[in-house]
Write a protein that binds this ligand. Structure first.
Ligand code: SF4
Length: 402
């Protein structure tokens, strides 16, 4: 290479690093610089240095030998099953999802089975996995697919993302894995890999990641490469203590080369999580317990539960009471401590409370869909009553959401 050309490349790289440093500093012009940095990072000169094609080939080869044998990866891919697995994986770990996935497929083997079930059955099958809005959205989507798409899952990501609960990532994953659409999937794993490979310690948006990844996808089946990147994020480029010595793309990873992997990716500041305190009313009458079915527009909508109140009894009940041990539970946006109180009313002072729910025989309670918090509260009642037919075996998840 001539001296002039080498000097030009050196200057170009120096400018690139200068720009990167401005983005990292977060000072004035940082946002503009990040954009420029990303544009320049993917220019021909930089990409040539990154040896795009050999890198992609190495990654695919690694994926073919190291990938986990997961039930939803069985070939040929069945779009319904891929959809279910992608929704389950949105907020749950693979090892948790596997059992739920089998249970779901046994109960609802195809779209028609899901669409014709009741919401109670759907929630019961999902029970314990948390984030119940995912189950409600699956159910809603199944009905839309039966009504408007003749029971078929759309092939294009644009069409898929019109369904409830399907965002850009899930739509791209289903479309690329099942229907060969050339589209990049960007999840937390992929963002982390990109932040490390390009040493960007600012929070980067989906569009920026797509832009940086675009050259890697040229001439490659997107589905396979998407899956290889996700697997790399799960097995090697993990959030903590990444296994760089096993990484098939470490030769292009700036963070690894500089020994600064733990600095990436940049994390957004943690928000303060509020802590709520409530009383849980375990109202018993004979062999029945008073439960409330939460309205669909409420958190944990469609699930049965113990009535909670900010106020300590005296309640609408004239009653004998017993205080049980406190129960703690963590949701994504808040923590809650519940003080369960057993109430055996001799007479109801306020009968309007009955409109909130109904008395259910104790032996029927285990067949209802209940949240993790309610499972915990009912466990304390089981200990108190001894002989109450309660099983708490389904509770796997600590975190739940709407
Ligand atoms: S070398 Fe390490 S930090 Fe870089 S992509 Fe691989 S696992 Fe991630």
């Amino acid at each position: 290479m001539g001296l002039h050309k080498a000097k030009k490349i050196r200057m170009k790289n120096q400018n690139l690093y200068k720009m990167r440093n401005i983005c990292v500093s977060g000072g004035p012009g940082a946002k503009k610089s990040l954009k420029e940095y990303i544009l320049k990072s993917t220019d021909a000169c930089t990409l040539k240095k990154m040896k795009i094609h050999p890198t992609v080939n190495q990654l695919i080869k690694w994926f073919d030998t190291k990938k986990r044998d997961l039930p939803w990866r069985a070939e040929p891919r069945i779009p319904y099953r891929v959809w279910i697995s992608e929704i389950m994986l949105q907020q749950s770990q693979v090892h948790t999802v596997i059992g739920y996935y089998h249970r779901w497929i046994n109960r609802f083997p195809d779209l028609r089975d899901l669409a014709t079930a009741t919401l109670d059955e759907v929630l019961k099958t999902w029970e314990g996995l948390g984030y119940y809005c995912r189950a409600r959205n699956l159910y809603k989507s199944a009905q839309i697919l039966m009504e408007r798409y003749e029971g078929h899952i759309p092939e294009k990501s644009r069409e898929l993302s019109k369904l409830p609960g399907i965002g850009p990532y899930t739509a791209a994953a289903i479309a690329s894995l099942c229907f060969g659409e050339q589209i990049v999937t960007v999840d937390g794993n992929v963002r982390r890999i990109i932040a490390r490979v390009f040493a960007i310690d600012k929070v980067i948006g989906r569009k920026d990641v797509e832009r940086l990844l675009a050259p890697f996808y040229i001439g490659q089946p997107a589905g396979r490469l998407n899956e290889a990147l996700m697997e790399l994020g799960a097995l090697c480029c993990k959030p903590a203590q990444p296994l760089c010595s096993d990484c098939p793309i470490r030769h292009i990873c700036l963070a690894w080369k500089r020994g600064s992997v733990e600095q990436f990716p940049a994390t957004a500041k943690r928000k303060h999580i509020p802590h709520l305190k409530r009383f849980g009313y375990l109202v018993l009458q004979g062999n029945t317990i008073f439960l409330r079915k939460r309205p669909l527009n409420e958190m944990l909508g469609g699930l049965w539960g113990i009535p909670l109140s900010e106020e300590e009894p005296p309640s609408p009940f004239d009653a004998e009471q017993a205080i049980l041990p406190e129960v703690r539970h963590t949701y994504t946006h808040f923590r809650i401590t519940v003080q369960p109180i057993v109430i055996k009313p001799s007479k109801m002072k306020n009968r309007s409370i009955l409109k909130m729910g109904k008395f259910i025989p104790l032996e029927e309670v285990p067949s209802l869909a209940l949240s993790g918090l309610d499972h915990k509260i009912l466990s304390t009642l089981e200990t108190y009553l001894k002989g109450f037919p309660w099983e708490n075996s389904q509770l796997d998840s600590e975190k739940e959401e709407r």
